[in-house]
Design a protein around this ligand. Structure first.
Ligand code: SF4
Length: 377
């Protein structure tokens, strides 16, 4: 039955119906009435975050002013796209939610090497750029620990310890048939997820991992390994919150970095970004006349998704776009123009902030490396 949807963290995961993941993989539906404390999170409020595992642990930590961590990472293979932005936004949100929260951000350079053949020198340059992005999105560097997988000896050690608990058949059942390097990088990711609970970072605590739905195999593996190592590390089972995947501008269910015109990146030239939005797939009808008569189909429209998921802060604006589209009052050309202005304004501000944060990004990587070395003494 699980073969009806295969979640592949390194390939294409075509998910049309997210509710299927509840039965198939045991992800819990995100009941907003239970998590009112998180209502200021745009992704939760707009049902873009659709599921979770053990989010209650984070809720309790926030309510009781107890320490917790929010952890995720980036594979440094290119500029931030909208999927990377979503994860970064979630890290920033949950870091800001409590003074007791600490953010952990892994630069997955080992994975970039195994999956994309990128040398550590190349990925290191990209990592600084990516890090400047998350800083520009609001990460507080004073409560963040950023590190490269290849330099984090504790992560490597844990992956080695974990390797004795997995068999080829287990990895194949979770990930399908993959090169061994990817299985190893999956064990390293389990090390990343459990790193915040090591004693040098304050010991066992709730850890939230915000991820796209296609990354769930990593969460299942890390939870399984956390359970197996309760007696030696006393790990608390890590929690996760899942967002829906962002479609490409042409409506494909998995964005491909190989076609730059099919996705928006945070480094895009403003003119190019506008052009991309103006060419994206809409839910418009064949003619203006028909659209006036029948209304558009916002559920099929990538332009609508750009507003609702990524660029429109104002809920009333989003509701108005939906209403006017459905009623036929709104026509795609003008609608895309309006969305492209939102995108361009965001990028303009973001790129300005980011330009001032490159040095800070380098500093943060250096500081974390020093912290890592001193924790080993
Ligand atoms: S009017 Fe706007 S929201 Fe509606 S289908 Fe056209 S572009 Fe999409």
């Amino acid at each position: 039955l699980k073969d009806t949807i295969r979640l592949d963290p390194w390939g294409a995961s075509d998910i049309r119906d997210y509710s299927k993941l509840f039965d198939l993989f045991g992800i819990e539906p995100l009941d907003k009435s239970r998590f009112k404390v998180f209502a200021s999170n745009r992704y939760i409020r707009r049902n873009i975050d659709f599921g979770h595992r053990d989010l209650d642990k984070i809720l309790r930590a926030v309510e009781n002013n107890k320490p917790y961590a929010v952890m995720s990472g980036i594979k440094p293979t290119g500029p931030f796209h909208l999927g990377s932005k979503m994860t970064a936004d979630e890290i920033v949100y949950f870091q800001r939610l409590s003074p007791k929260a600490r953010a952990f951000y892994a630069i997955a350079d080992v994975e970039a090497y195994c999956d994309n053949g990128l040398s550590f020198t190349e990925s290191s340059k990209i990592a600084v750029n990516n890090l400047a992005d998350i800083l520009a999105l609001g990460l507080d560097p004073d409560r963040a620990y950023v590190y490269k997988q290849s330099e984090a000896i504790q992560v490597m050690n844990m992956s080695f310890i974990f390797s004795k608990d997995v068999t080829y058949n287990m990895m194949k059942a979770i990930y399908g048939t993959k090169p061994f390097g990817l299985y190893i990088s999956a064990l390293i990711q389990a090390g990343d997820i459990l790193l915040p609970q090591r004693k040098e970072f304050g010991g066992p605590k709730p850890v939230l991992v915000p991820v796209g739905a296609d990354q769930d195999p990593h969460i299942r593996l890390a939870r399984d390994l956390a359970k197996k190592h309760q007696s030696d590390f006393k790990f608390v089972m890590p929690s996760a919150i899942y967002h829906k995947l962002t479609r490409s501008l042409s409506g494909e269910y998995k964005m491909s970095k190989r076609d730059p015109m099919s996705l928006i990146t945070l480094d895009d030239d403003l003119f190019v970004a506008k052009k991309k939005v103006m060419n994206c797939l809409t839910g418009g009808r064949e003619s203006t006349e028909l659209q006036r008569k029948l209304g558009g189909e916002p559920e099929k429209c990538v332009n609508y998704e750009l507003c609702v998921i990524h660029f429109a802060e104002d809920d009333d604006f989003v509701k108005r776009v939906y209403r006017e589209c459905m009623s036929g009052e709104r026509i795609c050309g003008n609608c895309k123009k309006e969305a492209s202005e939102l995108v361009v304004n965001f990028l303009k501000e973001h790129q300005k902030r980011k330009g001032q944060l490159i040095e800070k990004a380098k500093e943060l990587l250096k500081k974390s490396k020093e912290e890592l070395i001193s924790s080993l003494k």
